[in-house]
Design a protein around this ligand. Sequence first.
Ligand SMILES: *Cc1c(COP(=O)(O)O)cnc(C)c1O
Length: 380
Amino acid sequence: MSASLRWAWAEIDLDAIDHNVRLLRERFEPAALWAVVKADGYGHGATDVARTAMAAGAEGLCVAFVHEGIELRRAGVDAPILVLTEQPPETAPHIIEHRLTPTVYQRPFLDALVAAEPVGLPVHLKIDTGMQRVGTHPHAAPSLADAIVQRAPAVRLAGVFTHLAVADADDEDSVDFTDQQLETFAKTLALLPPVPAIHAANSAGGLSRADARLSFVRAGIAMYGISPGPGVDHLCDGLRPAMELRARIGHVKQVRAGSRVSYGLRHRFDRDTTVATIPIGYADGVPRRLSSVGGEVLIGGRRRPIVGVVTMDQLVVDCGDDNVRVGDDVTLIGTQEGPDGTTERIRAEDWAAALDTIGYEIVCGVSKRIGRVPRRSIDN
Ligand SMILES: *Cc1c(COP(=O)(O)O)cnc(C)c1O
């Protein structure tokens, strides 16, 4: 969607990405940083983020699916691209053609890769140390690693990794669990041939545990300036959010006390007021129930409540006595200067807390219908 055709868009501050990558690299040193750009760069635009992250010193990129890697290659991105999970066997020729680095944890996929006749294809072996999602059982890792090594020179074992389940939580149970995962990983590694790269940490693991950083941290959410979760909020100082979700007022009207608004007429105005209709809705990624959990937007530097259910294409805001006009700026996520020079901010994490989810889901949920406008911040 071209942003210029609509009064709702997402601004992507590539300087914030650049800043975050540099800051995280410093934190993670001597470990490197690989930038996770799956799901279209968590909704920020994978290609722009990938280029920015590589220029800021990331050493590689991670995606979830082959087509995401192909999209980056087609855009001219040349960096190493790790596909984080196994893919359908039919993708093997595409992986080779586009020089993607596959993850392996089952024989049939390794066989499919080898059958496609690669030459020196780097593969990473994934070990499940307790998340119970994907990865080979630690007991089976040595024989799978052997199978990879024996298929040289078609493939080579370039990395071994695992994934942490609760690195974003700081309670004792979670810390114990992460300790166990890292210990299982270390014990398994001791049984494998030497590998050039070992990795375990996502953003939360990289921020909270020096012992999880290993060769590199696979950093996603923190690179976008969003906290992985409340347990590591205190480690996110200095990160800058990269996405602002913005719009303009599409319609303004005066309503009488006692009138009700939106589908189901669930909100009743208890006094005469001014309402502004904003042309953005749940098909754009603003959750329908955001109004019922206290959702607000910024207009004229003030926080104003969303009233009535968010509809597919529009939502309604109670502006009280403010003198608002069609075309006025609205910030759904981001900052606005207040009338007295203060700055008001609504973060993806604020929506997430209200909706009992995580910031990831908020930014990934901003749909294709919203145009992305890459920009460089002015204060930089
Ligand atoms: C998505 C993902 C990451 C990135 O996680 P963040 O919490 O966003 O940093 C890292 N590793 C794997 C295996 C992933 O699937």
